[in-house]
Ligand binder design. Structure first.
Ligand SMILES: CC(C)(COP(=O)(O)OP(=O)(O)OC[C@H]1O[C@@H](n2cnc3c(N)ncnc32)[C@H](O)[C@@H]1OP(=O)(O)O)[C@@H](O)C(=O)NCCC(=O)NCCS
Length: 186
C-alpha cells in the first residue's frame, strides 16, 4: 500500500513542536526563517502522524535515521525509519508539502514551487540529458518534479547525479504511479 498525503503550510496551526520526535524538534530549532519553520512543522507533523498511526505509537516515538549515504553525515540524508520496514519520502516547497509512505517499497515524492529561477539555462544542464529536448513552459515543472521524485525514490539527490543518469532512470520508470490510498488532512 502507498499512502500519499498532500497539504499546505496552514496545517502548522494544528501542529505543536513538542509532538515531533526529538531529532525533528532539533532540526526545526535550527531553522531561522519563520516561513521555513512553519512549513517544516506542517510537513513533519503530517509525516510523523501518518507514520505513528501505522506503527501504533505516539508521533514523538517515530524514530528516523538521516545518515547521508554519500558522506556519512547524520543530519542531512534520506529519512529512514528505524523501527519498521515502512519507507517514506517528503517534499516541501513554497507553501505546499507532500508525504508518501509505502510498505517495504522505496518511494519518492516531489513538489516544487514554480519560479523563474527554477528553469534557467543553467538548470537545463543539471536536469536535462544532453540529447533531451527542452520541455515546453507548461510541462517544465512536471519534468522537474518527476525526475526529482524518481531520484529521491532511489535515494540520491538531483544535484548528485549527472543529467544522463536522470534521463535513463526516468525513461525506465516513465509511468504514473497508482495512488492506492490518499489521506486528505483534517
Ligand atoms: C534531496 C534533494 C533532492 C531535495 O530536494 P529539494 O527540492 O531541495 O527539497 P524537497 O523538499 O523536495 O525534499 C527535501 C526532503 O528530501 C529528503 N531527502 C534528503 N536527502 C535525500 C536523499 N538523498 N534521498 C531522498 N530523500 C532525501 C528529506 O526528507 C528532505 O526533507 P527534510 O529536510 O525536511 O527532511 C536535494 O536537496 C538534493 O539534490 N540533494 C543532494 C544533496 C547531496 O547529495 N548531497 C550530498 C552531500 S554529501
Amino acid at each position: 500500500m502507498i499512502t500519499v498525503c498532500i497539504g499546505d503550510v496552514g496545517y502548522a496551526e494544528d501542529s505543536r513542536p513538542e509532538e515531533l520526535p526529538p531529532g525533528e524538534q532539533a532540526r526545526l530549532g535550527r531553522l531561522l526563517r519563520p516561513a521555513d519553520r512553519r512549513l517544516f512543522l506542517a510537513t513533519w507533523t503530517a509525516a510523523t502522524r501518518l507514520l505513528a498511526a501505522r506503527l501504533q505509537v505516539a508521533p514523538r516515538k517515530v524514530e528516523l535515521d538521516r545518515r547521508c549515504a554519500r558522506c556519512g553525515d547524520a543530519t542531512h540524508g534520506r529519512p529512514v525509519l528505524r523501527q519498521s520496514t515502512l519507507r517514506l519520502s517528503v517534499s516541501h516547497s513554497g507553501e505546499q508539502f507532500a508525504v508518501a509512505i509505502a510498505d517495504e517499497l522505496d518511494v519518492g515524492v516531489d513538489v516544487e514551487q514554480e519560479t523563474a529561477e527554477l528553469w534557467s539555462p543553467a538548470m537545463h544542464e543539471v536536469v536535462l540529458a544532453p540529447d533531451e529536448p527542452v520541455p515546453s513552459r507548461a510541462s517544465q515543472a512536471v519534468v522537474w518534479t518527476r525526475k526529482e521524485a524518481v531520484l529521491k525514490c532511489v535515494g540520491v539527490g538531483l544535484l548528485a547525479q549527472g543529467a544522463g543518469v536522470v534521463a535513463e532512470v526516468v525513461a525506465a520508470q516513465h509511468r504514473h504511479p497508482e495512488i492506492v490510498e490518499q489521506h486528505p488532512l483534517q
